[in-house]
Design a binder for this molecule. Structure first.
Ligand SMILES: Nc1ncnc2c1ncn2[C@@H]1O[C@H](COP(=O)(O)OP(=O)(O)O)[C@@H](O)[C@H]1O
Ligand SMILES: [Mg+2]
Length: 486
């Protein structure tokens, strides 16, 4: 019943012109719908919809608009910092100027992992010796951090300080294999230090290498030693000879030698500085700055996906946190960051399964506290009902696209105000690219059509019918096999 002008008046009255951010128009008319750009980005937002409803295109549009906004006609980049966790490798195509990280160029130093992440990585939860393994791991890593950071006073297991994983491996190996002199238990029977003992004669109190707790761990870090076997009398097996550490050591060895985990354990990551690591994530790398950083998680092995996402999220949150600390009172960060998670149900599921634990903790923390430090979340998911409620309850703006699963529909309806009435009934019938836009940033909940993005993300829509109609094509099996094996 309203004229276009009246309608336009309603949508723009409460939003100052400099705060108006446009990426859609009403489905019922040509009216462009503004959201309040500050309110949209300074609180967490969610984009939900079944597969094919248009989520990825919406992400691309919203971010393309954000990086194009400028408050005057300066040249070069604006000051936006956006990190996209891209599991399907869709976004590189939509952001030609982005900084692209993937398993082959990402720097994610293992020494920055916190205690939980290290345990998740190295310990087998099904192993009944898990508790012992965990205490050994904690002790050795803490000692090794002390060794490599002598100028720092208080060092604990979680301190983000360098340590040497090879030395940790050596030490565990030595614990597993050590033997000592029964007549003089502080003497360790390391080959080359056995003294007069040959195995043929009997052991004396002066055989073996005399070590105190400090020199023992130091000696054990230095290399994997060979020990005199305990077959002979008076050469005894050490504390961990019972097999407690066996599986754990095997796991550790497999991990650090696995070339697919080079982004964690390779030389580049091991030697990377703290600063360099952070800079790559927010576009401050020296070889070209960028507003958008795309982290392509496609080639990251599933077993380390959660800890990788957790570590990156935590680094970015901590960056915001410490940035805030150096500001004077009343001053606000001038580098706010948006973290966008595609298929977020993978990293922050409702499930309490241990394999999701780290990423869930890290992202929930940002959901609860990130806003204060200029770190906001964009949560994208086709299964909203499977996402941690902590996350959704902290979202202030929603772009709800077509949702076909009744469970997901109901879940989303519950999150929305009752006053929306039958607007939510339209969720299952929306066209691709149509959305219900709701939240603090918009004057009225509205049904909108999201503008087309340009360029588009890599589409998962394949035009079967068109392709099938074409003449038979040959397949380059060799290159496929090459890619597969790599
Ligand atoms: N705003 C839009 N307008 C028109 N079509 C769209 C729009 N957004 C997406 N589509 C179409 O919908 C299809 C699925 O989009 P996509 O973003 O890949 O969905 P999702 O990420 O939810 O699976 C694409 O082929 C795209 O062409
Ligand atoms: Mg998608």
């Amino acid at each position: 019943m309203l004229s276009e002008d009246e309608l336009s008046g309603i949508f723009t009255t409460k939003i100052e012109s400099n705060e108006r951010f446009y990426f859609s128009k009403l489905t019922t008319s040509e009216l462009r719908v503004p959201v309040n750009g500050n309110k949209f980005f300074n609180k967490h937002f969610a984009i939900v919809g079944s597969t094919g409803s248009g989520k990825s295109h919406t992400v691309a549009k919203v971010i393309q608009e954000a990086v194009n906004q400028k408050n005057s006609d300066y040249s070069g980049l604006n000051n936006s910092h956006i990190v996209i966790f891209d599991i399907h490798g869709e976004y590189e195509q939509a952001f030609p100027d982005a900084n692209n990280l993937n398993a082959s160029n990402l720097l994610l130093p293992y020494w920055m992992l916190n205690g939980d992440e290290l345990e998740q990585l190295f310990l087998d939860t099904g192993d009944r010796n898990n508790y012992n393994q965990s205490s050994v791991l904690r002790k050795i890593i803490t000692e090794n951090k002390k060794k490599h950071n002598p100028s720092i006073d208080k060092i604990h297991f979680d301190s983000p300080l360098k340590f040497d994983i090879e030395e940790v491996y050596n030490c565990l190996f030595n614990f597993q294999n050590e033997t000592y002199n029964f007549k003089s238990p502080d003497r360790y029977m390391i080959r080359g230090h056995e003294g007069a003992y040959t195995g043929a004669n009997s052991i004396s109190e002066s055989d073996g290498l005399l070590l105190n707790p400090e020199s023992r761990i130091e000696t054990y870090f230095s290399q994997a030693h060979e020990f005199i076997p305990s077959r002979n009398s008076n050469v005894n097996k050490g504390l961990y000879a019972d097999g407690t550490l066996d599986k754990f050591i095997e796991r550790l060895d497999n991990k650090i030698k696995n070339s697919r985990l080079d982004f964690l354990f390779g030389v580049r990551s091991r030697d990377a500085s703290f600063e360099e690591t952070i800079k790559q994530f927010i576009g401050f790398q020296t070889e070209g700055q960028a507003n958008v950083t795309i982290i392509n998680l496609g080639r990251i092995p599933f077993e380390v996906l959660s800890i990788s996402v957790s570590l990156i999220s935590r680094i970015l949150f901590d960056f915001g946190y410490f940035f805030n600390k150096i500001l004077s009172t009343g001053q606000k960060t001038d580098t706010p960051i948006l973290l966008l998670y595609e298929e977020a149900h993978i990293y922050v599921p409702k499930s309490d399964l241990l394999k999701f634990k780290s990423s869930k903790i890290a992202i929930e923390r940002i959901a609860k506290e990130g806003r204060k430090y200029g770190v906001t979340l964009g949560i994208v998911s086709q299964r909203p009902s499977e996402i941690s409620e902590t996350i959704f309850s902290q979202c202030n703006n929603f772009i709800a696209m077509r949702l076909t699963n009744p469970e997901d529909q109901n879940y989303v309806k519950r999150l929305l105000p009752d006053t929306l009435g039958n607007l939510t009934e339209t969720l299952p019938t929306l066209q691709s690219g149509e959305a219900l836009l709701i939240g603090e940033s918009i004057v009225l909940p509205s049904l909108v059509k999201i503008d087309r993005c340009d360029p588009e993300p890599k589409s998962s829509d394949i035009e079967y019918f068109e392709i099938w109609k074409e003449q038979w094509k040959n397949v380059n099996f060799e290159s496929i096999m090459d890619a597969w094996k790599h």
